[in-house]
Design a protein around this ligand. Structure first.
Ligand code: 4AD
Ligand code: MG
Length: 446
């Protein structure tokens, strides 16, 4: 009978049948009479056995890893006492090379290894993503994006796709990428928040998963120049509602993700012992955090003199200190109510305590901030004052202001850095491992 064409992940019901599979030679072991291939096709790995006539051909003798092959054979459960991915192996009766990969000095395995220089690995990202770990992170990433979408839809948020080319800043001018737009100044977006706000009267609660861009002038473990930004905006809510919503979305998304056994397995492989966080998350006032840092000897270098000293109210808590505190407490933390002067122009001051804002960062062990959010100034006059205070020309923001003019509402939202969320979930050292082709200061290749 004609063999059934199948992807590796679909082989289970085809046991004892003749199948045709395509893929890349992930691993190769050649013995005198037999050749063992671990085949990879992106959906899984398959142990393939070439014996007899199949192993004696010239092609079998010169076969190299990363070559593409077509294999036809019978899927058999692995013999007792042996293990193989999926619990089965392919006994091949016909095969051919479709695209040979070079051997010798230029062989795939000679291009890089774990000891290679970081810049070499970055240049070879198109090849390193073929590795098991990198591919596992990318598989989890895809499933995480799906799981967030599922959760948002369940909570009645509508997905929108705001533009990346914009003429307004959101998070301050210092990290804007500017470019020429038909003779006008334009920027790559830092956040889609302002656009999401304008959607509330049209669609109700909304979310987007969109690239954001930051001209970060520092090289850290958690800063990219381009990152995937998952943002949501909700109307007729309070600050407390906002925090509860964020923890629900995160916990439910993790539940959706881990309900897929393959994802549960990949997450455990990447982050052994991972346990989903428990609700409610710890809520910590910014002023209590400053006290915590000082009480626990977590100091900060002075911006001007570089001298190490205590934190003071008004400080923007630096990445290292934030991470130290989060690692000590070792639970997710809603750090909230930041001072107005260190936060963005649109954030709502706390009624009765206007030096502080209804703002919140979610900090995760190992990474620190993965979410930034706030309630927004809903009153138009107050927003006009905020533009003035920050030295922002209101003219290009006319559309943002109009949202307050025509039926304003209390609203708030947040942005989650997808690569930071993944770095936490899969315990990666840097967000660079969680982006397909990461961009950071000085790197836009491949
Ligand atoms: O805290 P940020 O700057 O907040 C905003 O942009 C808001 N307008 C979002 C909103 O309320 N809709 O960024 C939000 C999140 C951060 O918590 C972080 O996870 C991620 O975006 N992020 C970055 N991730 C990687 N590289 C960078 N350079 C990032 N900058 C921010
Ligand atoms: Mg932030």
């Amino acid at each position: 009978p004609k063999p059934t064409r199948s992807k590796i992940e679909g082989l289970q019901p085809l046991r004892e049948q003749r199948v045709r599979v395509f893929g890349w030679v992930h691993r190769l072991r050649q013995q005198k009479e037999m050749t063992f291939i671990v085949l990879r096709d992106g959906t899984g790995f398959l142990q393939c056995i070439l014996a007899g006539r199949c192993a004696q051909t010239y092609d079998a003798l010169i076969l190299t890893t990363e070559s593409t092959v077509e294999l036809v054979g019978t899927v058999q459960p692995v013999p007792e006492g042996k293990t193989a991915p999926g619990g089965h192996e392919l006994i091949v009766d016909f095969w051919r090379t479709l695209g040979a990969a070079p051997g010798g000095d230029d062989a795939f395995n000679n291009r890089f290894n774990e000891q290679s220089d970081a810049s070499v690995l970055a240049d070879l990202r198109h090849l390193t993503i073929r590795g098991e770990t990198a591919a596992a992170v990318l598989h989890v990433r895809a499933a995480v994006l799906n799981a967030f979408r599922t959760t948002f839809v369940k909570h009645s948020l509508t997905e929108v796709t705001p533009p990346c080319m914009v003429q307004t800043q959101v998070e301050g001018g210092s990290t804007l990428f500017e470019f020429d737009y038909y003779g006008q100044k334009a920027y790559l977006t830092q956040s889609s928040q302002l656009y999401l706000e304008t959607c509330l009267p049209s669609l109700g609660d909304v979310f987007c998963i969109q690239e954001s861009f930051r001209a970060e002038k520092s090289l850290t473990r958690r800063h990219l120049s381009e990152y995937t930004h998952l943002e949501a905006e909700l109307c007729f809510i309070t600050f407390d509602d906002l925090m509860t919503h964020i923890e629900n979305i995160i916990c439910e998304t993790i539940d959706v993700l881990l309900s897929d056994p393959r994802m549960a397995e990949l997450v455990q492989m990447l982050n052994p012992g991972f346990k989903p966080p428990k609700r409610p998350f710890l809520r910590m006032d910014y002023r209590d955090a400053i006290k915590y840092l000082n009480d626990h000897g977590i100091q900060r270098p002075d911006e001007v003199t570089g001298e190490i000293g205590d934190h003071v109210i008004g400080d923007d808590i630096a990445e290292a200190a934030e991470r130290q505190m989060t690692d000590q407490l070792n639970v997710p933390i809603f750090l909230n109510k930041f001072p107005k002067e260190i936060k963005a122009f649109y954030m709502k001051p706390i009624p009765g305590d206007p030096k502080y804002t209804e703002s919140v960062d979610l900090l995760m062990p190992g990474v620190g901030e993965i979410v930034g959010g706030s309630m927004r100034i809903a009153d138009m006059q107050e927003l006009l004052k905020a533009y003035k205070r920050e030295g922002i020309d209101p003219e290009p923001y006319y559309w943002f202001t109009d949202q307050r003019k025509y039926g304003t509402c209390e609203h708030g939202g947040y942005g989650l850095g997808v690569e930071r969320f993944l770095a936490w979930l899969t315990k990666r050292w840097t967000v660079r491992e969680c982006s397909l082709y990461p961009r950071w200061m000085g790197r836009a290749t491949p």
